[in-house]
Design a protein. Structure first.
Length: 386
């Protein structure tokens, strides 16, 4: 006979709904970085969703946007358009809510769907009292981190950055180079030579600026130097170029993970073998629900996952929790300079002495925000209530 208290608890969980939604656009006044000489300094905004549930739980999610002239409003506006489709919904019906969001006429709907899907998972996990990665199904409790280096001004700055990062425990580094092929090849060779006696896993992110011939030259150099992967030699949608390059090289060739956050296009790319690993961001692929669908595609093709995790702590937390729930993902991307991206967060993620990052044991995403600080940098705010 089923205990009546268990039945009562089950029915109480069935009725936990979203009572209030607040959307915030925050522009931290931290150090601005760039990703290549062809780009300006980035205005990196934090778009945060705060959902108040009927059981008193506050659920959070955040994504990071990058623009060159001023802080972005498009992701904030998308979230405003999507919010009414989440208000009043039950956090234990996430698949149903997800499918409904996917069908709506909302500009940048993949962005706002991701934001709310993550927030709903945060609310559900907090209600259950477990971290999200355990709720999704724990595959591991730590993952090797690589420090993602922004584009710097000269070779000496890159060397100094890498020395500093290695002292902090990192065993893997991703370089955003200058964006000019001869300068980039010189830099790659210099880094390999300078740190030849240090066991480092190197990766290169070209931000989609190379021609086909330039990418082939760089790829062959990376092959000779035994770098781990070659990211974004082209724009993500140039599948034909990716296919040709991937076929010609030994190094794994990846997309940026930002350009085509569409599961149908990703499936086509994998069927073409255009990419050697799947790359996406939980905060743009459709949240945890979309990410699981994407990894199912990768697994069907026998490929690893490599997540785009650049951004503020809430963005990194979502990707970290997903990575810890997966068996075919090896690295966690960590933005640098670290303090810039830890802005407003009371819980942050840093590697241990062996370069591994752990999620904490707090329920949900495990991130608490300093709202007193964040309020000082808020440039847009909208609320919805029942």
């Amino acid at each position: 006979m089923i205990n009546s208290s268990i039945i009562q608890q089950y029915h109480s969980l069935e009725n936990i709904t979203v009572k209030n939604i607040a959307i915030y656009a925050i522009g931290p006044n931290g150090k601005k970085v760039t990703f290549g000489s062809h780009l300006g300094l980035m205005y990196e905004a934090m778009i945060v969703a705060n959902l108040k549930l009927s059981n008193g739980v506050e659920a959070l999610a955040g994504l990071t946007t990058y623009t060159e002239h001023e802080y972005d409003m498009t992701a904030f506006s998308s979230a405003i358009q999507m919010a009414p489709f989440v208000l009043g919904k039950n956090v234990f019906e996430i698949p149903k809510i997800y499918e409904n969001m996917r069908r709506r006429y909302v500009p940048l709907g993949h962005i706002s769907t991701s934001l709310f899907d993550i927030a709903l998972h945060d609310g559900k996990a907090k209600t259950l009292g477990v971290p999200i990665y355990k709720m999704l199904g724990e595959a591991k409790n730590k993952i090797q981190a690589y420090s993602s280096c922004p584009s710097l001004s000269d070779d000496a700055s890159y060397i100094d950055f890498c020395k500093s990062i290695i002292l902090q425990g990192y065993r893997s580094i991703k370089i955003h180079p200058y964006g000019k092929i001869l300068d980039d090849m010189r830099l790659v060779s210099l880094l390999s030579k300078t740190f030849s006696n240090t066991e480092i896993c190197w990766n290169l992110d070209a931000e989609g600026v190379y021609s086909q011939s330039e990418a082939l030259k760089m790829g062959r150099l990376l092959d000779n130097l035994q770098w781990e992967f070659f990211e974004a030699p082209f724009q993500d949608s140039n599948l034909t170029a990716y296919k040709a390059l991937s076929d010609a090289l030994d190094i794994d060739v990846l997309s940026s993970g930002n350009g085509v956050p569409d599961l149908h296009i990703i499936q086509l790319a994998l069927e073409m073998r255009a990419w050697d690993r799947i790359r996406f961001d939980v905060t743009s692929i459709g949240g945890f629900t979309g990410a699981r669908e994407a990894m199912a595609l990768a697994s069907a093709h026998g490929l690893k996952g490599e997540l785009q995790s650049w951004g503020y702590t809430l963005t990194q937390a979502a990707n970290l929790h997903f990575l810890l729930s997966q068996t075919h993902c090896e690295y966690f991307e960590q933005s640098a300079p670290f303090e810039t991206y830890e802005f407003g967060s009371m819980n942050v993620f840093r590697p241990d002495d062996e370069g591994y990052v752990f999620a904490n044991n707090l329920p949900g995403l495990g991130v608490e925000m300093d709202w007193q600080l964040l309020n000082q940098y808020m440039y847009a705010h909208r609320e919805f209530s029942i």
